[in-house]
Design a binder for this molecule. Structure first.
Ligand code: HAM
Length: 424
């Protein structure tokens, strides 16, 4: 026998029991997006590598070491499996001139790929739902997106997800801050770890969220971004905070929150579930007013977020709020000459009326079929044998409450079925 092949590390199968949780989660998220006026967009999983290099930034972890990139030998193109959705979404908006008649609210979903070290809550293939509000300068739409998240956590029944908020100003303001931050970090070079030293000149803002206590001590004395903000940036941030307060959305301003992608300006935010430990960020986003121009489009302000499905569904499972999978209402048992075709007709009629029906397949004795019916979790077994066929009826056997079976004429079954399901 050949050795069995296995899935790639960090890329997981979702087996049926868990997939039922995914489906329920996906329905809720998608329903909420649609109710808020966001429209679905679907982008390819593969893009030109240049798109992500330019959008996410050369000096980010994602571009430096996490992308699945390759040269397509057939036509010599450099391609990448998308590590996130914002770059593709903006690329699509530019390519199809989506903003020609005004701003757009969009959502997307699907797998993203990052070559990270797999651990609980961190995978190489993971799934996001993203929302992007394109063409809106904010801060009203900044508040809208954050309030939408707060509403989603409530509708999912999730508690203990806190919001961290920050502003990273305009590119000019950030450049001045960056220069002063580098000066400060250089003055404390001896206390920095290898990671911080490496980032010092490539991406010094990322040193701010270092987890190393020695580096944190240096960061504590670093210049404060707020001091570098001009009037317009401050007004934007103030405006957002007022709207969040009015909507009753609690938050903490975290001046060290900078996010791992370079396209952001002004508003950045993360939703964190402390219960999840190190991989506790369930959702992150921010404003990216420069991205359209950066990838060759007409400038347009924009903001969005993406949430991590694995982390949120994990939270739902841990909190016991995972929905039970849908069990069949009926299991159709059929045996004897000429019973299979009417069994199909019966299943079809009940399914068309909206019921969940499993029809036995694969033959077998009456006893073994009844065992399967019981194991299926169905409320009722509907038995179709030669006797029933002659009588134009089915035998209805309640499977859950031990009540006796009876014979029900075909003529009344469909009509009585809803009450039978309720009663048993
Ligand atoms: P991000 O912070 O890189 O942002 O990812 C968003 C969320 O995806 C994270 O908060 C986390 O829940 C989940 N996530 C990220 N990496 C992994 C992983 N390796 N395994 C499991 N879950 C993960 C973005 O991707 C931006 N595109 C968000 C955005 C949209 N900003 C503006 N618009």
């Amino acid at each position: 026998m050949k050795a069995a092949l296995q899935a790639i590390r960090g890329m997981n199968d979702v087996l049926p029991e868990e997939a039922a949780r995914w489906l329920a989660f996906e329905r809720k998220v998608e329903d909420l997006f649609e109710r808020w006026g966001y429209r679905n967009i679907r982008m390819p999983l593969v893009e030109h590598t240049a798109l992500f290099r330019r959008a996410i930034g050369e000096a980010t972890d994602i571009v430096e070491k996490e992308m699945y990139s390759w040269r397509d030998e057939l036509n010599g193109e450099d391609l990448t499996l998308r590590p996130e959705g914002t770059a593709s979404c903006v690329r699509a908006a530019i390519e199809h001139n989506l903003l020609y008649d005004g701003p757009k609210r969009l959502w997307y979903a699907g797998p993203m790929y990052r070559h990270e070290r797999p651990q609980k809550g961190r995978y190489r293939q993971f799934h996001q739902y993203g929302a992007e509000a394109l063409g809106y300068p904010g801060p009203d739409v900044d508040a809208e997106l954050i309030i939408l998240c707060a509403r989603l956590w409530r509708e999912l029944g999730l508690e203990g997800i806190r919001l961290e908020l920050n502003t990273i100003g305009s590119p000019d303001e950030r450049a001045r801050y960056r220069a002063d931050l580098i000066r400060h970090l250089e003055a404390h070079h001896a206390q920095l770890d290898a990671d911080a030293r490496r980032r010092l000149h490539t991406n010094p803002l990322r040193v701010l969220d270092s987890k190393n206590p020695a580096v944190q001590a240096v960061v504590a004395g670093a210049p404060d971004m707020m001091q570098y903000l001009g009037e317009a940036s401050l007004v934007h941030f103030e405006g957002l905070q007022q709207l969040l307060a009015a909507a009753g959305v609690g938050y903490a301003v975290n001046p060290k929150l900078v996010r791992g992608l370079d396209y952001y300006n002004l508003t950045v935010f993360e939703w964190i579930a402390d219960r999840l430990g190190a991989q506790g960020t369930v959702c992150g986003g921010g404003r990216y007013d420069g991205l359209f121009a950066l990838i060759g489009g007409k400038p347009a302000p924009a903001i969005g977020f993406a949430l991590g499905c694995e982390r949120l569904i994990g939270l739902l499972a841990d909190s016991g709020r995972a929905p039970a999978p849908r069990l069949p209402d009926a299991y159709i048992v059929h045996q004897g000459e000429g019973t299979l075709e009417p069994a199909f007709a019966l299943s079809d009629a009940l399914r068309a009326a909206g019921f969940a029906v499993v029809q036995h397949a694969g033959g077998g004795s009456f006893k073994s079929q009844m065992k399967k019916a019981d194991a299926s979790g169905a409320r009722l077994a509907l038995i179709l044998g030669e006797d029933e066929l002659r009588a134009a009826a089915v035998t209805v056997k309640p499977l859950r409450d031990g009540r006796p079976q009876w014979r029900e004429p075909h003529a009344t079954l469909a009509q009585r079925f809803p009450e039978l399901i309720k009663a048993h």
